[in-house]
Unconditional design. Structure first.
Length: 251
């Protein structure tokens, strides 16, 4: 099998998944967009969290051109990315009981805010407890996960529950258990994961819906522009000043 054929197969698989979530998760994305818009309109703050590679989709909506200035990354030390040494430590920390509660208690998140929790499997202690604790604090919780894991794997949380069980809104990424779209002769393991592509698309679709909702209400969405276009830096300075009390990724 040629390399170009495999590359094409991955694009086909990713496009197929994107079409599925576009069609099957439309109501959920709209509801999530409304929740984000409601929070912004009420003066609340937005947070996104993901561990390991799920963090990539969370980071994709924080401090970026075309994104909401008031979306903040909720960081858990040691689990944000593969810069942790050793990398396996990040995976281990996802299974530690009590870590989510400690992080939330020391974060600026408070009642009336909104937290998006991204976890492909949704089975580890960290995302489950993050959702449970956030709701107990009065935050609205949106979960982005693969619901298939709840029927095909065993929860690692003491309650036996999954992220999807503790969210106000769930967006299902439809990613198959194992997160690898391709197999081929001569290659022993499945390969070519699509979860980052699909989960990032769900996140951006949610934020696009939120921008539209705010505009319909006559509220200007707090968007950042690219600093690499003329006037972008000045625009962003104004937005950062106006919404400074709801932005936590700068001093």
């Amino acid at each position: 099998m040629s390399e170009s054929k495999l590359a094409g197969q991955f694009f086909d698989a990713a496009i197929g998944l994107l079409q599925r979530v576009r069609d099957e998760e439309a109501a959920g994305v709209a509801a999530a967009g409304t929740a984000v818009a409601d929070t912004v309109a009420a003066g609340g703050r937005l947070f996104a969290f993901g561990a390991g590679h799920s963090s990539l989709a969370a980071q994709d909506v924080v401090y970026r051109a075309g994104g909401f200035a008031v979306m903040n990354l909720l960081t858990v030390p040691g689990v944000v990315g593969v810069d942790v040494m050793p990398a396996t430590l990040g995976s281990a920390l996802e299974r530690v009981d009590g870590l989510a509660g400690a992080v939330l208690d020391s974060s600026p998140a408070r009642a009336g805010d909104l937290l998006v929790i991204i976890s492909l499997s949704g089975r580890n202690a960290l995302p489950v407890e993050m959702a449970m604790n956030a709701r107990a604090l009065g935050l609205k919780v949106i979960g982005v996960t693969s619901v298939a894991y709840a029927t095909e794997t065993k929860s690692r949380h003491l309650t036996g529950t999954y992220l999807k069980d503790h969210c106000d809104i769930v967006l299902d990424s439809k990613i198959a258990v194992g997160d690898a779209e391709l197999t081929a002769d001569g290659i022993e393991a499945p390969f070519a994961p699509a979860s980052t592509v699909v989960t990032s698309a769900l996140m951006q679709a949610m934020m696009a819906a939120a921008a539209g909702e705010l505009a319909e209400r006559g509220i200007e969405p707090p968007l950042l522009r690219s600093g690499n276009v003329d006037g972008g830096t000045e625009w962003n300075g104004r937005v950062m000043t106006e919404y400074g009390d709801r932005i936590f990724y700068r001093h």
